[in-house]
Ligand binder design. Structure first.
Ligand SMILES: Nc1ncnc2c1ncn2[C@@H]1O[C@H](COP(=O)(O)OP(=O)(O)O)[C@@H](O)[C@H]1O
Ligand SMILES: [Mg+2]
Length: 369
């Protein structure tokens, strides 16, 4: 996608000249002959990534425009065009948050270079903010789970302890045994959840046994009763699968997305069968997640990993709303490992998502074993 620049300058000749330079370099460009019009354009065109703004303009001077942009669009870089030798204004605009200033007459090459730098910095800042947002959400979820678990554990210990006590007192009452074992099962679920949350916060690489990780993902979905009781699960795990090196939460998120999609696809299917298979060939370790769900139309296949592509549009209670970010983020998370995806699907029959790990990811100890 071409980058988009907004140029605010009352001098029509300069504006025309700069606009043609930017167009020639492959940019999209919007122009405004004064600050007020410039701000209006920013309101309407959300894809503008850099503003170039002249200082001396009638109606609303450049410093005022800068102030307004800093206030309304804190991440949008503004490059000011100042008069030759007008050092005082230059210092002022830098102090007030301009990305940089260029003195007139404009040297096109320098301006282009500064614009590139500004776009790079903005992209980096947005990515950092997104990452921070994700991390904060995860941390908040972690705190919530920890607090929640703590609160559940107390009444649960009470149920387990008293049912044990009553079992001693009424040894011929089999239903007490049911209460006791249900309590214990719940205890296991809660602690597994806690363990999973703890692992999901770790951002360092570790040696991962894919079979175990997949089993944990499935167990996690077991807390959904529909999944537990209505979905037939088959786990066909290769023995001696090499362990791989990676960040637990990256893989966990990816497989959890794939399993969730498989379940969504089977929501209205008569046959609900989820097959998770692991294996190895000469070049890859692979994981396959197959479902007996609705399948994917041929024309949708190339779009699956695009951001915001979703066919889930909450038309009725039996349909779910999707974000269209599950596969995209899985791809983003695993791309840097050299992991690739393959999809096979038949409408009305089901789909198979195959995740291929290059053998080079195999943990060293596993390779030599
Ligand atoms: N197992 C599957 N069976 C059928 N369609 C699928 C499956 N997995 C993904 N899709 C299709 O890919 C789209 C994108 O998936 P995803 O990125 O996870 O977003 P979302 O689940 O929020 O829609 C889904 O809306 C669906 O159309
Ligand atoms: Mg999804």
């Amino acid at each position: 996608m071409p980058n988009k620049v907004l140029l605010i300058d009352d001098d029509i000749n300069i504006a025309k000249m700069l606009a043609s330079v930017f167009r020639f370099e492959g940019y999209k460009i919007a122009t405004a002959e004064n600050g007020r019009k410039g701000l209006k354009i920013l309101e309407q065109q959300k894809d503008i990534e850099v503003v170039i703004c002249d200082i001396k303009m009638p109606e609303m001077d450049g410093e005022k425009v800068l102030e307004q942009i800093r206030y309304q669009y804190p991440l949008l870089p503004v490059i000011m065009l100042t008069g030759f030798l007008d050092l005082e204004t230059a210092v002022n605009v830098m102090r007030n948050g301009a990305f940089d200033y260029i003195t007139k007459p404009v040297n096109n090459d320098i301006l282009l270079e500064v614009v590139q730098k500004a776009i790079k910095q903005r992209t980096r800042m947005i990515e950092e903010l997104r990452k921070k947002g994700r991390e904060e959400k995860m941390a908040a979820l972690g705190r919530l789970t920890a607090g929640f678990t703590h609160n559940l554990n107390n009444p649960l210990s009470c149920i387990i302890a008293y049912s044990e006590f009553l079992m001693g007192k009424y040894p011929n009452e089999p239903r007490l045994d049911k209460i006791y074992s249900a309590g214990n099962r719940m205890y296991c679920i809660i602690n597994r959840m806690l363990e999973k949350t703890r692992k999901q916060h770790q951002q360092n690489k570790e040696v991962i046994n894919l079979n175990r990780l997949l089993k944990e993902e499935v167990e996690f979905f077991d807390s959904d009763l529909e999944f537990k009781h209505e979905v037939e699960k088959e786990m066909d795990f290769a023995e001696n699968l090499p362990e791989i090196e990676g960040i637990y939460s990256d893989l966990s998120q990816c497989f959890s997305n794939l399993i969730k999609n498989a379940l969504d696809a089977m929501r209205n299917s008569h046959l609900k069968r989820l097959i998770i298979k692991t294996g190895q060939d000469t070049q890859h370790i692979f994981v396959e997640i197959s479902d007996s769900g609705a399948g994917i139309k041929e024309e949708d296949l190339p779009k699956l990993f695009e951001p915001f592509f979703s066919t889930k549009s909450e038309k009725s209670e039996r349909q779910l709303k999707g974000t269209g970010l599950g596969l995209y983020s899985s791809y983003q998370l695993l791309n840097s490992y050299g992991i690739t995806f393959e999809v096979k699907s038949q409408v009305g029959q089901g789909s198979t998502f195959r995740v291929l790990f290059p053998l080079t990811l195999a943990a060293q100890s596993a390779m030599s074993a």
